[in-house]
Design a protein around this ligand. Sequence first.
Ligand code: HEC
Length: 133
Amino acid sequence: MTVTKLMTSMMVLALSAVVSVATASTIEERIAPVGAVCVQGTECAAAGKAAAASSGPRSGSDVFNTYCAACHGTGAMGAPKAGDKGAWKDRLAKGFNKTLANAINGLNLMPPKGTCGDCSDEEIGNAIKHMSN
Ligand code: HEC
């Protein structure tokens, strides 16, 4: 075996290594799960932002119907009834923020956050506004 032949076969080996690396990354691209690649500024990134924006704070009626109606719909356990403006006026006389704080922390038989553990303060506030109107 001459030196030239040896060099040639080493180059072929090196080249085929480069080729196989390129092929591997191409295959990875092809088998990447759909939606895994989303570069900022592209259409898919914009779509993701729009979806996040539309899932903002839940409305007062959403939160009320899901979490508060069980007690505040009927006035169970002495809960001020939704739509009973007189009862809510008395509750809110101490100020909206104090009333909100009671709802967040719980008050006697009123459970903290009215059982909506993942509600934000804003969402609890929305539900109070919904019930007192
Ligand atoms: C398990 C029953 C129950 C559920 C569910 C419930 N509440 Fe209440 N809530 C009560 C009761 C009972 C009271 C009256 C507490 C008292 O004054 O002793 C009350 C009182 C309140 C008050 C008046 C607090 C004050 O300062 O006078 C607010 C505001 C309130 N609830 C908001 C909510 C909201 C918002 C939800 C839903 C996210 C909710 N509650 C869910 C039972 C409940």
